[in-house]
Design a protein around this ligand. Structure first.
Ligand code: NDP
Ligand SMILES: O=C(O)C1=N[C@H](C(=O)O)C[C@H](O)C1
Length: 257
């Protein structure tokens, strides 16, 4: 059995990972990193720790749905020690330093980073690239909606969708991204890509990429209706990444897209 180590094990998705792994025939929970208190019943012999080294030593692969500072501690442990285990990183909201650490860690162990672990969003990214390139005159606007507890904005998925749109048009997203409109801001500029966030209730995750022109528009939408979509997607790619060479992989590599 593959022993999975979980960072963010007490969280909304981490908790589902524990449930999904209890029903998996190839993988089980080997160890959990606990920051606060673990109240959930764990399988017998699960290693419970607040030490990233112990977590790594007790696991064959790590799945991380946590917070940027927690992922940073995991990555730092690997970069400073020069060894570790394959990583599946799903946490969003990283700063530049944390993004660099991800790249450094991927020179030591295989790392798959995906801002969204669903098959649907992986395909949506491709559709957005195609539509953005083909419909070159259309205005691109992205809206994401999430539950009231989400702490980062805009979502990692929305930023990844925006990157696909910008890259397809040879634009630098940092230069063209708009994150708010308020007051007499002037007319929309041709290349800008707005990424707007709504928060409320228990919305699992909804992303809409609109391409608007005079006389017609297209809206490409993905809605996650269950958080298990993410936990099960992460378990699938965790099985795939074991045995791979150190490198930064995308979810498309794992899904063969
Ligand atoms: N890529 C994808 O498909 C998806 C990504 N996500 C991302 O995953 C992350 C987690 O989401 P979600 O489960 O909803 O969040 P939660 O807030 O429910 O869970 C966060 C987890 O991280 C732990 N944590 C927080 N701070 C620290 C810290 N300083 N050190 C160690 N552990 C810490 C929490 O522990 P404690 O309970 O003790 O506070 C908790 O276990 C977010 O970044 C979210 O955007 C979410 C869904 C899908
Ligand atoms: O925090 C969440 O819930 C989600 N976060 C991810 C993101 O920021 O894109 C993925 C998903 O939309 C749910």
């Amino acid at each position: 059995m593959i022993k999975v180590g979980i960072v963010g094990s007490t969280g909304r998705v981490g908790s589902l990972l524990i449930d999904d792994l209890a029903n998996d025939e190839q993988a089980k929970v080997g160890a959990v990193h606990v920051f606060g208190e673990m109240t959930k019943q764990l399988p017998e012999n699960t290693v419970v720790t607040n030490d990233m080294k112990v977590l790594l030593d007790s696991s064959d692969v790590i799945i991380d749905f946590s917070a940027p500072v927690a992922t940073e501690a995991l990555l730092t442990q690997i970069v400073e020690s020069g060894n570790g285990k394959p990583l599946v990183i799903a946490t969003t909201g990283f700063n530049k330093h944390q993004q660099n650490l991800l790249v450094e860690a991927s020179k030591i162990v295989p790392v798959l980073y995906a801002t969204n672990m669903s098959l649907g969003v992986a395909v949506l990214n491709k559709l957005v690239a195609l539509a953005s390139k083909t419909l070159a005159d259309f205005d691109i606007e992205i809206v994401e909606q999430h539950h009231r507890h989400k702490v980062d904005s805009p979502s990692g998925t929305a930023l990844t969708l925006a990157e696909h749109a910008a890259n397809a048009r040879d634009l630098d997203l940092d230069k063209v991204r708009v994150s708010g409109r308020d007051g007499i801001i002037g007319a929309r500029t041709k290349d800008e890509i707005a990424v707007m966030a709504l928060r409320g209730g228990d919305i699992v995750g909804r992303h809409t990429v609109g391409l608007y022109n005079d006389g017609e528009f297209i809206e490409l939408n993905h809605t996650a209706t269950s958080r298990n979509t993410f936990s099960r997607g992460a378990i699938k790619v965790a099985k795939w990444i074991i045995g791979k060479d150190p490198k930064l992989y995308s979810i498309n590599d794992a899904l063969g897209l």
